[in-house]
Ligand binder design. Structure first.
Ligand code: PLP
Length: 429
């Protein structure tokens, strides 16, 4: 094969594909109509008309309910807000344990802290990058009140098993489904298997409104509690005849009419957008299967992956090249590989310094759990050595670009001995 770009050769792709952008004229029109109307938000902080926002916000919710075949969709201003609201709605109280994975966006593990909950980390499965129901079962204690499953990179966790486990213990399963709209396990939609599912409409996700999110639930009581937390619950609890007012104090987590209007149009396109993403990701996997020292994303038989990210596993022992150098060589060819994703989240200062709410270390003062290296070895290994992926939702791809990406990876892989030699020479110098 030809000389690697990192060694002065010609790159396979001359330019980075354009940023992912599915906003079209219809979204522009929808947003413009809202702006022209002057009614940029329909929410009012009372139990009356306006409690659930304006026409665009309510339309988005009804449309979401239909698309995901679920009784209640609650629009919010981000998935982060949704995660916090979910912790509030299920009544998380100081000292309650909430099981979370260490490999996710930080908001997943920070949300329980907002109500004094204690995040308990359960290691991920090295093949799926989601935690396994069996490992979660082993971590349940009398203090456990909830499990937050993350459908990471677009692959559902073992949701059906986790829901059965949660029900058996009388606790809640919350799904952080920010990365996996329209993913499935056994035909069932991710986000709708837990007691509450949370979707993101952030600009970096499959479908977007800039900032935004949706909570879904089939439980009418949880739906009402989420709506109260979204919109200054304290002023409305009496009107709704709520007896248990736990955690129903006021926030403003409301979505704007403009974002909601854009969200409706994006939701109408969701199947097409996601199908295309999946097609490119599957082609990438097929083109890169069977290479010594690299495995494309693993998809268990009972699941449909929607590839927010395409993340494979790299084995330095087999290629002889450190991951970082392999990734650099890929990047030089125009394959914008990423390594590591996030550090194991228990390494964040919040956990290392045990400080979240107030100056005295609450709620860590309520637990003697230790957060430190070695807590989740599979996650640490992925972070330090193994994860190697392509941010498939970050670029506007085409069939031709995907073929080039495959070619670039093969080129670097074929020249791994030359890369290893370059590495040894650099280390010896
Ligand atoms: C993006 C993301 C979030 C946060 O979503 P926002 O809408 O940006 O708040 C939470 N969890 C996961 C897994 C995410 O990928």
């Amino acid at each position: 094969m030809s000389k690697l770009a990192i060694m002065g050769g010609t790159p396979v792709l001359f330019e980075t594909p354009p940023p992912f952008n599915t906003i079209r004229a219809d979204e522009v029109t929808a947003a413009a109509e809202v702006v022209a109307s002057g009614m940029m938000s329909g929410y009012i902080a009372t139990s009356g008309e306006g409690f659930d926002g304006g026409p665009a916000a309510q339309k988005l919710e009804r449309q979401w309910e239909e698309k995901f075949s679920i009784d209640h969709a609650i629009a919010i201003n981000s998935a982060t807000s949704g995660l916090v609201a979910a912790m509030g709605a299920i009544g998380i109280s100081p000292g309650d344990e909430v099981i979370v994975p260490p490999y996710t966006m930080s908001a997943t593990v920070i949300a329980p802290l907002a109500y004094g909950g204690i995040p308990v980390f359960v290691d991920i499965d090295p093949d799926t990058y989601c935690f396994a129901a069996g490992d979660v079962a082993a971590a349940i204690t009398p203090s456990t009140r909830a499990i937050v499953a993350v459908n990471l990179f677009g692959l559902p966790a073992e949701l059906i098993e986790l829901r059965a486990l949660a029900d058996k213990h009388g606790i809640h399963l919350i799904e952080d489904n920010a990365q996996a709209p329209l993913a499935r396990q056994n035909g069932r939609l991710a986000g709708t298997i837990g007691h509450i599912g949370i979707f993101s409409l952030n600009r970096h996700k499959h479908i977007q409104t800039g900032e935004g999110g949706i909570c879904v639930t089939s439980d009418p009581e949880l739906a009402l509690r989420l709506r109260l937390i979204r919109n200054h619950g304290e002023v409305a609890v009496e009107d709704f005849g709520i007896d248990d007012i736990t955690n129903l104090i006021g926030f403003n987590l409301r979505i704007t009419e403009m974002a909601a209007a854009v969200g409706s149009v994006q939701l109408g396109r969701a199947t097409d957008i996601i199908d295309e993403t999946v097609r490119y990701a599957e082609r990438l996997s097929d083109g890169l299967r069977g290479l010594d020292g690299f495995a494309p994303p693993h998809v268990p038989e009972d699941r449909i992956h929607v590839y927010y990210s395409w993340a494979g596993r790299y084995d330095e022992a087999k290629t002889g090249v450190p991951r970082q150098l392999f990734a650099k060589a890929l990047q030089a060819e125009g394959f914008n590989a990423y390594e590591a994703y996030v550090q194991p989240l228990y390494m964040l200062p919040t956990f290392q310094r045990r400080r979240a709410i107030g100056r005295d270390g609450f709620p860590f003062t309520l637990t003697d759990r230790i957060y430190g290296p070695g807590l989740c070895p599979n996650c640490e290994s992925l972070y330090e050595r193994e994860l190697l992926g392509y941010p498939i939702c970050a670029y506007t791809l085409s069939e031709e670009i995907v073929e080039k990406l495959i070619e670039a990876f093969h080129k670097v892989h074929a020249e791994r001995d030359a890369l290893a030699a370059m590495h040894h020479k650099a280390s010896a110098a």
